[in-house]
Design a binder for this molecule. Structure first.
Ligand code: ATP
Ligand code: MG
Length: 354
């Protein structure tokens, strides 16, 4: 079986360093590893509409922004098929067949969906499409025969749901679908980046992000204004690194060469943390280190993005071309699915009416 990647993002805004750490950077590395002959990266606009149906224009605008982030971060159109979900109608047909294989109570139990329903304040007014988005995600993944899905930790329940659907489909009809597996970053800190406000998750919807497109000054202001340990008031106070997003970001992005260059008095991040915990190390010094690291990581991405932004037409043209390629693959899976279910009526067949 060949290795196939399918992954994606909701166009609910520009991409942030949480996406970059958990999914985008690993995707670029997997792309460059050559181990994956097929890579599909989907801009999930239909999924974004499940909770942004009242503002389709914002979703539409974000499609180009996300595509720019992809290209700026190093995805290459020759190696990865970058497409727009709504332009591949086969995905919605697959969803229609999969939706009967899941119960409403199973969907309600999905921990990520549960947390998002609470966060969005849906209470009992949950849009049906929102509750069902894990099913459409299963369609997206299986349509491309994905074996691997690089994601952040919050997506694990979606992968589990997709695997359940694949198994159920196999039991009921025929084993034509592929069970996908998640690829999580080796670095646990990259799997779920907290927000700059200290909330558990950096999220476009929570407005607590450092974006890939942020300018140098914005990055500096955001880092300097970050939530830290509220008990660490004076430099001499002992500090806490757990629940302190500055240290979470350092865990995600700081490499030994960064310390050697910017704070050579510390041999390792562990030493820096130990000093903070004992007291005597100020937040500003730690934030300066983080700022330098982020500027170094994000500077080249921003410069590539600025160059690409000059020709948005070329980006849209690429998305259109790639969406057609994605349709071809998805159509192949759809016909296998219909054959397995016995609903592949021969063309030209007339249905007799008694
Ligand atoms: P929204 O709030 O609209 O859901 P989001 O910021 O959660 O936006 P998604 O488009 O839902 O972003 O997620 C895209 C990918 O990024 C997924 O693989 C998800 O696991 C990952 N991801 C999202 N937020 C984070 C985060 N804070 N840390 C690590 N990975 C993340
Ligand atoms: Mg999300």
């Amino acid at each position: 079986m060949k290795n196939v990647i399918l992954t994606g993002d909701r166009p609910t805004g520009r991409l942030h360093i949480g996406h970059y750490a958990s999914s985008l950077k690993p995707r670029v590395e997997l792309q460059n590893s050559g181990a994956f002959p097929e890579i599909y990266v989907m801009i999930a606009d239909a999924q974004a509409l499940t909770d942004h149906f009242d503002d389709p224009a914002a979703v539409r605008r974000s499609v180009t922004q996300v595509a720019l982030d992809y290209l700026a971060a190093g995805l290459e159109p020759e190696k990865a098929v970058m497409f727009v979900q709504s332009q591949v109608p086969e995905l919605f047909e697959l969803t229609a067949y999969f939706i009967n294989l899941v119960t409403v109570s199973r969907l309600r139990r999905n921990p990520t969906v549960k947390a998002e329903i609470a966060q969005k304040g849906f209470a009992e007014s949950i849009p049906a499409g929102f509750l069902c988005y894990p099913v459409s995600q299963a369609a997206d993944i299986t349509a491309f025969g994905a074996t691997h899905v690089p994601v952040g930790e919050d997506q694990l329940p979606m992968l589990e749901q997709a695997r359940e659907i694949v198994r159920r489909f196999g039991e009921l009809y025929a084993p034509v679908l592929t069970e996908p597996q998640a690829i999580l970053s080796d670095n646990p800190a990259c799997r779920r980046l907290p927000g700059i406000d200290g909330k558990a998750k950096m999220s476009k919807s929570l407005g607590n992000c450092i974006y890939l497109a942020d300018g140098e000054r914005e990055i500096s202001q955001k880092v300097m204004g970050m939530y830290t340990d509220p008990l660490h008031l004076k430099v001499s106070d002992p500090g806490h690194v757990e629940g302190n997003p500055v240290f979470s970001y350092l865990d995600a992005f700081c490499r030994p060469e960064h310390l050697a260059e910017y704070l050579p008095e510390y041999a390792s991040l562990e030493e820096l943390k130990a000093h903070y915990c004992r007291g005597g190390l100020g937040d500003v010094k730690v934030k300066r280190l983080l700022e330098r690291i982020l500027q170094e990581e994000l500077g080249p991405i921003r410069r590539r993005r600025e160059a690409l932004e000059k020709d948005p037409g070329a980006v849209l043209e690429m998305l259109q071309r790639h969406s057609l390629r994605a349709r071809e693959t998805a159509a192949g899976t759809l016909s296998q699915v219909k054959r397995a279910m016995g609903i592949d009526y021969p063309s030209g067949m007339t249905i007799a009416i008694d």
